[in-house]
Every structure is written in C-alpha cells, then in structure tokens.
Unconditional design. Structure first.
Length: 403
C-alpha cells in the first residue's frame, strides 16, 4: 500500500487530507504533537468526519496511524519511505519541521513531493528557504524535491471542548471537499487522487481563495461582531441584510480586481457563480462556524499581503475604490470576539493592548505595513470608515455607511 504522511493532526489534516488520500488507497500516517490523538489513531486505526450540512453524513477514514513528532528517528524513517507528504501545521510551526524533513529527504532514493497546506501566499518559496540550510550545498533540489502549494476552501469549525475530550480524533466539517494544487510544483508524475485538482495558473487560484473567500469570511466576522457582539455564529451574522450587503460588496471589489489582474482566467460570470456559492456556504447553520474562529489572529489577518489589506491594494492597483474592504479593515481593528471560555486569542490580546497604547495610525503602519505616502488613499478610506463606525453603531446606521 502507498503511504501518505500528514504532518499535523488538526482540522485540515484530518477533515480533508487524511480523508482524500485514504479514499485514494493510501495508508495515512499522521505526525503530530497531541499524544491523545496519536494514541487514539493507533488504537482504532480509523476516525470519523461528521459532515455538517443540509444533508448530514458520517465518513469513516480508514487505514490510518500516528507517530509523535518527538520520535525524531521514526519520523525521519517514515519520511524516507513515504510516497507523498503534506504539512498542515500553521506557518509559525514550519521552522520546527525543516531539519527533520531534510534528514528524511537525504535518506531517500526517490524524489519527494510535499504538499504545503498552510493557507499563505508564496509558501513554496518560504518552504524552500527553510529546507536548503539543512541540505548539502550541491544537493540537486529541483530534481529531487517538489514543493506544491495548495488552495484549501474547506470550512472546519471549532468543536466544543467536551466533544473533543470524549472523541479526540473526531472532526466536524462542511461537505465541500476539494483540494486545488499547483501543477507546476510536482517532480515526476502527479498522483491521481479524487478531489485533488492540479491547476496550471495557480497564482490566480491562491489569490481568489485569499481575496474572495477569506476576505468575505473575515468581513462577516468583523462586521458581524460589531452588529451583535453576543452572537457567536457566522451564519447568523451574514443573515443580517446590512452585513450581507457589505460582504458582497467587498467580495466584488476584490473579484473585479482579480478579473483585471488575471485576464482570461476569471470572468464576471465565473466570479458571480463563485461568490454566490460562497455566500450560500457561509449561511450553513448546520456547521455552526464561529466569528471567533474566522476572525481571530488579527496581526496576521490584517497583514500587508493578507485577505483584506492585500485585496484592497490590488483593487487600488486596478483603480477600483475598495470602500467595502476598507470598512471591513476598520471593523477588524474593533474585533474582540472570544472563545467559549470568554477568552481572546493570545495574539489579539496583545494587538488590542498595542492599539490602545499607540492608536490606529501607528498600527496601520506596523501591522498593515501601509506607507503614509504611497498608501495614502487606502489609509484615508480606512480612517474614514473607522470614524463612521465610531459615530454610527446601530444596525440601521451600518446599512447606510456606504451610501
């Protein structure tokens, strides 16, 4: 049996990657730090994906086992024998993997393809730069290592703690089950896996995912929180007409910029279909996805190349005023949703302390990397939106902010 090694036992690793490759006939070997999950995978040899949608389903993922990331020698040997590996650990954790993956690569007789499931732009460049210091200077990297960027649109909510404790490997997810991959990244033959679609113009796919899907999702979280801070759910936030109006407006500002950025790749009709499908999925109340999960980690999500600021800059590049996106950015600075224990995400706690201490203009410069001269038009739109949000706080007023 072919082996697929999944670094990371979290949401995407279990809900999508493990499921797709197990169904394609691979033994799936998870590498992770959570001892309970690894022990449960090894004891049961399978786990359950619960599909939360209009047509609920249960999918048992078979032929799985796990290895603790701390078992370095065993991990290296597993990578050395794997047919394919993937990472889904979060960008901040990648530096902890490079030396082990490089050691596994050096023990191989065959090239290795690595699927990078980290939901950031240009991840193959970052991954390459991380691996190279652990490989010989004359190592034939391009002939021996394929670094494949991915675009993942699957939505996976945070499960209640009591269910996680009772069922460590169980995962909730929506029915959507596609994995888009960069066709150019593979060394050798591309594996045939149902649900994995290799795309030639992958930069366009990544930008559409980040600047339409992720942008729309974040806009719901940030505006929805301002509209009703006590509401935890994405589906309920977008059910408000004023929030949906701003979300759709922001998505279209970005979608039109993408049409101009990638001529021949996107059309008004394809973007319309994509946006309406996303809004339908955002309204999935069976998923019970939360504002907290979608909006948390403000220092990253308000970053210069991220879903909001990056989209706004692309819109301005194509002379499209990003008024709705600027409103979402301003709302992001006011986002204080908490988890089920009533606690802010750690990075967001520090973010808000800095915001109180230094003010919005300073964070637009340090967090968003907006230059006071070069990005003056965007800064003014954000500051104007911030003023409107400060002066108008009711749902009725929100619906008139952009008139």
């Amino acid at each position: 049996m072919r082996t697929f090694v999944q670094y990371g036992t979290g949401n995407i690793g279990r809900s999508l990657m493990g499921q797709l490759f197990s169904r394609a006939g691979y033994e799936v070997i998870f590498i992770g730090r959570n001892q309970r999950i690894i022990e449960t995978l090894n004891r049961e040899g399978r786990y359950l994906v619960e599909v939360k949608d209009e047509q609920p389903d249960e999918i048992w993922v078979e032929h799985v086992r796990g290895i603790l990331a701390s078992d370095r020698d065993r991990v290296i040997e597993t990578i050395a024998r794997a047919d394919l590996i993937a990472t889904a650990v979060g960008p901040n954790s990648l530096p902890q993997l490079y030396d082990v993956i490089a050691a596994g690569i050096l023990k191989r007789s065959q090239p290795l393809n690595i699927l990078i499931c980290e939901n950031l732009r240009w991840m193959s460049r970052i991954f390459r730069a991380g691996l190279l210091p652990y490989l010989p200077a004359d190592y034939p990297f391009d002939e021996r290592v394929g670094l494949i960027e991915t675009s993942i649109g699957k939505m996976v909510p945070i499960m209640p703690e009591e269910i996680q404790r009772a069922h460590p490997t169980r995962i909730w997810a929506e029915a959507y089950n596609l994995l888009l991959v960069d066709k150019r990244g593979f060394v050798g033959e591309i594996p045939q896996v149902e649900g994995m679609i290799a795309k030639a113009n992958f930069d366009a796919c990544v930008d559409q995912k980040l600047f339409v899907h992720n942008l729309g999702h974040a806009t719901i979280a940030y505006l929805g929180y301002l509209m009703e801070p006590s509401n935890p759910f994405i589906w309920k936030a977008i059910s408000h007409p004023a929030v949906e109006q701003v979300v759709r407006g922001a998505m279209w500002e970005s979608a039109n910029a993408l049409i101009d950025e990638y001529p021949g790749e996107f059309t008004t009709q394809t973007q319309h279909t994509h946006i309406e499908d996303l809004i339908r999925r955002f309204k999935n109340q069976f998923l019970n996805d939360t504002l907290y999960r979608v909006g948390r980690d403000l220092p990253r999500k308000l970053g210069p190349d991220e879903r909001l600021v990056g989209a706004a800059k692309m819109a301005l590049k194509h002379r499209i005023p990003p008024r709705h996106i600027a409103l979402a950015i301003a709302a992001g600075f006011r986002f204080r949703a908490t988890d089920e224990r009533g606690e802010l995400f750690d990075g967001d706690r520090l973010f808000h302390a800095e915001l109180v201490r230094r003010g919005l203009p300073a964070l637009l410069q340090t967090v968003c990397s907006l230059d006071s001269q070069q990005d003056r038009a965007l800064i003014e739109l954000i500051e104007r939106s911030d003023t409107m949000l400060r002066e108008r706080k009711t749902s009725v007023d929100l619906s008139h902010l952009l008139e």
